[in-house]
Design a protein around this ligand. Structure first.
Ligand code: GLY
Length: 402
């Protein structure tokens, strides 16, 4: 009897040791993130303004205005720290950084308001049920819906009358990234009871499935539509190596976007598309062993070119959700591998460095010479999101609440 008890205890001890690294990777990352992000909070709140940190270059933190597409990620990162720690410090600062985005609910000149408002107000609402946040989300959905082009059945991503987009001759460019804005539309229908937003989201997802993909399930970055006839005018890249190449972050938005569309619709074709994208990613000979992609899967300079940690973090987060919907262990195994890689000194900055950002080595837009091999606030956002999803799955609960 005594022997049996001792051997049971010994087995339990062995099991605990075997489990330890798995569980500790989340705790260790949260501890590290707390140190890094506190310094970033302090820097961004120095003086009497609240600024939005986006990256760190040449020894300086760069800040963006509220209408920049990345403005929601830092508040979202702080909300995730609150979710991971329960420490009100993070909620207080998250709220401060969220509410400076108030005017974005009326922004109509680009499509990224889903990222901007859902990652900030959406997370704040989910975690703290703050009065008025639902209205901001519904107003934002209204603004985003002004970009719906009924003949083409899509939301127009970019305007064509300004910046470098004006030089491309496009009429109604839609980028794969736009799938990410659908989450806000689905939630707005839930909050308002107005089905218009979800219908737009479904139409956009269906058209994207139809027109953005190659036979191998890699995605184009840009599809230009004729908004008067609905016809596809051409397929291009903006941030990738070439029109026919597979820009890494585009593939990341693609797997995340269709997994999320399945969450809201239970439509199996979206899940199947996400699985097909996973198939493309993990059978790609240019996917490195550590599963942190090069910035473009078809860059001819591989392996002598940049990795993009942001793509890896987005893919990991999507894979945890895909694992939950499909029950396929391989997706969690791949996501865990990515998290392990990103948590290593190869990608995770030493404390007190990197301007307070967590991850190094992301690429914003190489063709535009912008933000190459630097930290990016969205890499950190999706990294923390992936850790939350991992932790939830390991507790046997849904990685993401609808
Ligand atoms: N949505 C812009 C980007 O992924 O760089």
């Amino acid at each position: 009897m005594k022997f049996k008890l001792l051997s049971t205890l010994a087995l339990a001890a062995v099991a605990a040791v075997q489990c330890a690294p798995k569980n500790d990777i989340i705790a260790d990352n949260v501890k590290n993130a707390a140190v890094q992000l506190k310094s970033l909070v302090e820097a961004s709140e120095a003086g009497d303004t609240v600024r939005i940190p986006s990256t760190f270059k040449n020894g300086e933190i760069e800040y963006v205005p509220t209408d920049d597409w990345v403005s929601g990620f830092f508040p979202g990162t702080l909300w995730y720290m609150y979710e991971l720690t329960g420490d009100e410090y993070w909620a207080d600062h998250a709220r401060k950084h969220t509410e400076i985005l108030d005017s974005i609910q009326y922004l109509t000149w680009h499509h990224d308001v889903g990222f901007m408002i859902y990652d900030s107000y959406g997370n704040g609402l989910r975690l703290k049920h703050i009065d008025g946040y639902k209205d901001v989300i519904v107003n934002t959905a209204k603004s985003l819906s002004t970009r719906f082009r009924p003949k083409a059945g899509v939301l127009q991503s970019w305007n064509t009358d300004r910046g470098w987009q004006a030089e491309r001759g496009w009429k109604c460019p839609v980028i794969i990234d736009n799938m990410m804005n659908l989450e806000l539309l689905f939630k707005a229908t839930e909050f308002s009871g107005d089905s218009t937003y979800a219908k737009i989201a479904i139409s956009h997802a269906d058209k994207t499935m139809e027109n953005h993909y190659r036979p191998d399930y890699s995605t184009y970055h840009v599809v230009d539509y004729d908004d008067e006839t609905g016809a596809v005018r051409g397929r291009y890249t903006a941030q990738g190596y070439a029109d026919e190449s597979a820009w890494a972050r585009g593939q990341a938005w693609s797997i995340y976007g269709f997994t999320m569309a399945y969450r809201f619709t239970s439509d199996k074709k979206y899940l199947e598309r996400a699985e097909n994208v996973a198939g493309y990613l993990f059978s790609n000979p240019n996917m490195p062993e550590d599963l942190v992609p090069y910035w473009d899967f078809d860059c001819p300079d591989i392996p002598n070119t940049y990795r993009d940690a942001s793509s890896a973090a987005i893919i990991a987060s999507a894979l945890y959700e895909l694992n939950w919907h499909t029950g396929k262990a391989e997706y969690k195994e791949k996501a865990d591998k990515i998290i392990e890689s990103l948590s290593s000194p190869a990608y995770r900055a030493a404390q007190g460095t990197n301007g307070g950002f967590i991850l190094m080595h992301s690429v914003g837009s190489l063709p535009h010479g912008s933000s190459i091999d630097v930290p990016l606030n969205y890499a950190d956002y999706y990294f923390l999101e992936a850790l939350i999803r991992k932790g939830n799955i390991e507790k046997g609960i849904a990685p993401v609440t609808k």
